[in-house]
Design a protein around this ligand. Sequence first.
Ligand code: SAH
Ligand code: SF4
Ligand code: F3S
Length: 485
Amino acid sequence: MEDNDRISRLTAEQDLMKDPPEHEPERQYYFIKRCREIVKKKSEELGRPLTACSVCFGCQMNARDSEKLTGILESVGYQKAETEEADFVIYNTCTVRENANNKVYGRLGMLHNYKKKNPAMKIALCGCMMQEPGVVQKLKESYRFVDLIFGTHNIYCFAELLCRTFESDSMTVDVWEETDQIVEKLPVERNYTFKSGVNIMYGCNNFCSYCIVPYVRGRERSREAADILEEIRGLAADGVVEVMLLGQNVNSYGKNLETPVTFAQLLREAEQIEGIRRIRFMTSHPKDLSDELIAVMRDSKKICRHLHLPLQSGSSRILKRMNRRYDKEHYLSLVEKLRAAVPDIAVTTDIIVGFPGETEEDFEETMDVVRRARFDSAFTFLYSKRTGTPAAAMEDQIPEAVAKERFDRLLKEVQQIASEKADLLTGQTLPVLAEEINRQDAHLLTGRLSNNSVVHFPGTAEMIGTIRNVKLVTCKGFYYLGELS
Ligand code: SAH
Ligand code: SF4
Ligand code: F3S
């Protein structure tokens, strides 16, 4: 757990005979203490420890939020369960595409069966999907066995909500429409000891016409640079060597702070922190990618040789309808500038196929950008209609079969180029951060190059978290087999 001593002290200071404090984060520490007593009592009644399982869907930001949820569960006394057959299960949900929602409904059926076997089990749902009124309505009507529902804006109140759930027999629902609060310094349980996400901003103001994120994550709010840097220093002191700075549009970081700071300036400061060896960030929006940022990346020893720069479409006409605020030429010129400044950079992207009104010509424009930008990898998505977004109301929705056929063509092209590019590094020896034991073969470790490519190589558990020179012996398309040099 990050910062264990401070957490123990703040919890110990709370007086449960008094009313809960008004201020955050003290208020949550009060509820942590109260939950702790409840969990302890229940576990004594059952004669065994209580277990909790936290499952995360969605993006890196959700993953970081889930570490905060796990931090609370652990501080109130739950033991971590690897499966969902546990006393407490929480799903941190995503709603960026319709299939993300369907996945959650599907798994809830399974949880219901577990709960029939263990009636004391509590089920909680939070995250982006819960910010949609239609979803909460459906859960209230057809999924009465869910105990707690909350959203993205009040995630910092998890301890308080947990307490309310323990003290109530009915479904607790608390979803806020907005918040301007950023509550710092609550418990966090990291998934990895040596790397960590760091939120630098929350929300999004871009309103790309297909995207639900601004509606479920609220307006853009940047954290103070001093708080971010203090957090990174703390992580470094705790053994973290790689940080990933997180935001929906990191390039617009700091614009609304009282004393504005640019993202490039923040990176320069982060780079000074001793102990941090690698810095990554997600996600960059092409409309805000500055020359200053390219220069900082060029000059940096720590910023990884990777930029994820979502294209979405190669057609300027579609980009306009998507409200992306750049065109095909601008995007291509950014890639060119980046590659000129940082020759070994990997440029990756996200592409949506089948956006309303996309013609065969528009799609060919996307294919053209793919061929010219030569992405090192690309996530391709079928357009998914999200209720409430402007694109959902557009008339010329694309038939699924047409979109699917384009999707297959795109994927083939993207994979072909990615494997050709990856093969260029075969034979080189490069630093790899060893991240975990390989899931298929326990003699191998899995790690990443600075450019984010995956490498498997023979190694042992004590190497995890260290950076080693590895020779890339064979390229397998989107990963390498290597050996320590
Ligand atoms: N903030 C990031 C993206 C976050 S969502 C950015 O602007 O780049 C991650 C990806 O999901 C997006 O880049 C987009 O490609 C995809 N996506 C978002 N909404 C979608 C939708 N309605 N249908 C299909 N894909 C979508
Ligand atoms: Fe969605 Fe666009 Fe914001 Fe990314 S920048 S989260 S795609 S609205
Ligand atoms: Fe999904 Fe929410 Fe992230 S909708 S992509 S989890 S911000």
